[in-house]
Design a protein around this ligand. Structure first.
Ligand SMILES: CC(C)(COP(=O)(O)OP(=O)(O)OC[C@H]1O[C@@H](n2cnc3c(N)ncnc32)[C@H](O)[C@@H]1OP(=O)(O)O)[C@@H](O)C(=O)NCCC(=O)NCCS
Length: 150
């Protein structure tokens, strides 16, 4: 059975295995342990960890810090499910806007975020390294009167 649950210390080896496959450069192990004010979830099926998402939260703002699905399981709807369920959970807990950074070249992730009504609001010049690349900053506002739009 597929479940979404809070990330635990025992998940870290598997999370880092995925991280090193999908991101260049990957977050170091300490970044996962020390992310401030953060909430982290994993998606698993029968104990197999398939992906993870990490948010930073301040007051009513949430920032997606890290989000990945194991390449073996990509394009099967898992990213959509993990994003949908965690956004809903945070909205239910009072988050009213979400921000994220994404590489200009990462059209797959941008397509996914657009489906969740994230909109580009700016660029950070040369934000990423290896290769150096701009970040697109995207935002999603939650309608105060109708949260069903997520
Ligand atoms: C971005 C990511 C999390 C999406 O996860 P996923 O489980 O593959 O996504 P889903 O299967 O739920 O697909 C959701 C949407 O993403 C886009 N997408 C996913 N795979 C795609 C592909 N190979 N080509 C084009 N679009 C794609 C599509 O818009 C898709 O919607 P559709 O199926 O209706 O066309 C995953 O590709 C990933 O981990 N990428 C590497 C890490 C990364 O880029 N993280 C985001 C950093 S900002």
């Amino acid at each position: 059975m597929q479940v979404i649950r809070a990330m635990q210390a025992s998940d870290l080896d598997e999370v880092i295995r995925i991280e090193t496959q999908v991101f260049h450069p990957p977050w170091p192990r300490e970044a996962f342990l020390e992310a401030p004010c953060s909430y982290s979830w994993v998606i698993c099926e029968d104990e197999v960890l398939q992906g993870y998402i990490i948010y930073h939260m301040v007051l009513d703002e949430g920032v997606i810090l890290n989000f990945a699905i194991d390449p073996k399981f990509q394009h099967q709807g898992l990213g959509t499910r993990l994003l949908n369920e965690t956004l809903n959970l945070l909205v239910a807990n009072g988050i009213r806007m979400f921000f994220l950074d994404v590489r200009v070249s990462n059209l797959i992730a941008q397509n996914l975020y657009r489906k969740f009504d994230f909109h580009p609001i700016g660029k950070r010049k040369n934000y990423y390294s290896e290769p150096i690349e701009d970040a697109i900053v995207m935002v999603k506002y939650i309608d105060e009167w109708n949260n069903k739009n997520i």
